[in-house]
Design a protein around this ligand. Structure first.
Ligand SMILES: C[S@@+](CC[C@H](N)C(=O)[O-])C[C@H]1O[C@@H](n2cnc3c(N)ncnc32)[C@H](O)[C@@H]1O
Length: 324
């Protein structure tokens, strides 16, 4: 059986162990994981035959705070928890928001939760309420900038190159591009508001050079190269349902997420060759996304049936770039 220790020592691309999330996280070495992406069992909705372990409401929130606390020393980068509450008797438990609040109160450094827009799910509306199309992804990081990120990895090619086309209207109705000038091939100056610094822009249709004139740093200039892809924003439109989950094995778990969801977070927040963890591994979607994208994956699930399911799934996955 391959263990997380094998993966961390670069002897294997992935592992899935039968363990309780809290115990498994506790056994990982500090700073051994680049990204934790996971989706815990949602309150009492799914007992998975281990009902005594399942908790709802505030007890669920307390349990998840403990899971994040156990993960925090192990994860250098982002801890991301995709979760949802329940609606019963026309009342929503709101546990993702309670979890956000309790993590915040417990002193964790929160990031604004991205929205997983589950295109295609009829959802949990009701006779008097709206269909539910989204779930939040609660995000915690250490303080300061993330050690690694690529926030344009999953964006689309921008519609216009910077400076090439107008992007917005100002209050008087004039169209401006993102650098505040009216046309391409124009020169503009603006004060940045940063200790009296001013910046001069020269825009051409496909590239933009920027000269910074800062007190004491005269003549410094930098070339701005526009990214190939634009920042995709924090609403992730991902279709779900039969044939869209990324693997036929996913449907053997009661509540899988689509392969595209962890893929987004892995490409954006785990460096190539890095380690992605999922402490509620289910059918192995996260480790699948990790090894398909040149990362390593470690996971656990409390049910042996899910560990075997993930193993069957991973037999068909070819690691990309592993060992290079
Ligand atoms: C929402 S599912 C995860 C599905 C997974 N993301 C996928 O795509 O297949 C939650 C999983 O957590 C597992 N689980 C429940 N309690 C657990 C615990 N205490 N420790 C580890 N895993 C647990 C369940 O067996 C279930 O497979």
């Amino acid at each position: 059986v391959t263990t997380a220790a094998d993966v961390l020592a670069n002897r294997a691309p992935w592992s899935c162990e039968c363990a309780d999330a809290l115990e498994w996280l506790g056994a990982l070495p500090d700073d051994s994981v680049d990204l934790l992406f996971t989706s815990p069992p949602y309150e009492l909705a799914r007992t998975y035959g281990i009902g005594e372990r399942m908790v709802g409401g505030q007890a669920w929130v307390d349990w998840m705070v403990a899971v994040v606390r156990a993960a925090a020393p192990k994860v250098k980068g982002l801890i991301a928890v995709n979760c949802e509450g329940q609606t019963r008797n026309y009342s929503y438990s709101g546990v993702p928001f309670l979890l956000f609040a309790d993590l915040h109160r417990a002193g964790f450094n929160m990031r604004k939760p991205p929205v997983f827009h589950r295109v295609g799910i009829p959802g949990s509306g009701g006779p008097d309420w709206l269909r539910n199309d989204y779930e939040p992804v609660i995000c915690v990081t250490r303080e300061g900038r993330l050690p690694w990120s690529d926030n344009t990895a999953c964006g689309d090619v921008p519609k216009y190159a910077p400076g090439g086309e107008m992007s917005h209207r100002t209050g008087d109705g004039t169209r401006r591009n993102v650098f505040g000038v009216r046309t391409d091939k124009a020169i503009g100056t603006r004060t940045t508001g940063n200790k009296g610094e001013s910046e001069t822009y020269r825009t051409e249709s496909l590239k933009l050079s920027r000269t910074k004139q800062s007190p004491g740093r005269e003549g410094e200039s930098e070339q701005y190269t526009p990214p190939v892809k634009a920042n995709p924003g924090n609403v992730l439109y991902i279709p779900v349902g039969g044939g869209l989950m990324g693997s036929p094995h996913a449907h053997e778990n009661e509540a899988p997420f689509p392969l595209e969801l962890p893929t987004f977070f892995i490409l954006s927040f785990c460096p190539p060759g890095g380690v992605v963890a999922d402490c509620f591994g289910g059918s192995g979607t996260t480790i699948d996304a990790a090894v398909q994208n040149g990362r390593r994956g470690v996971s656990c699930d409390v049910r042996q049936s899910q560990v075997e399911l993930a193993g069957r799934r991973m037999r068909n996955v070819t690691p990309s770039l592993f060992g290079e």
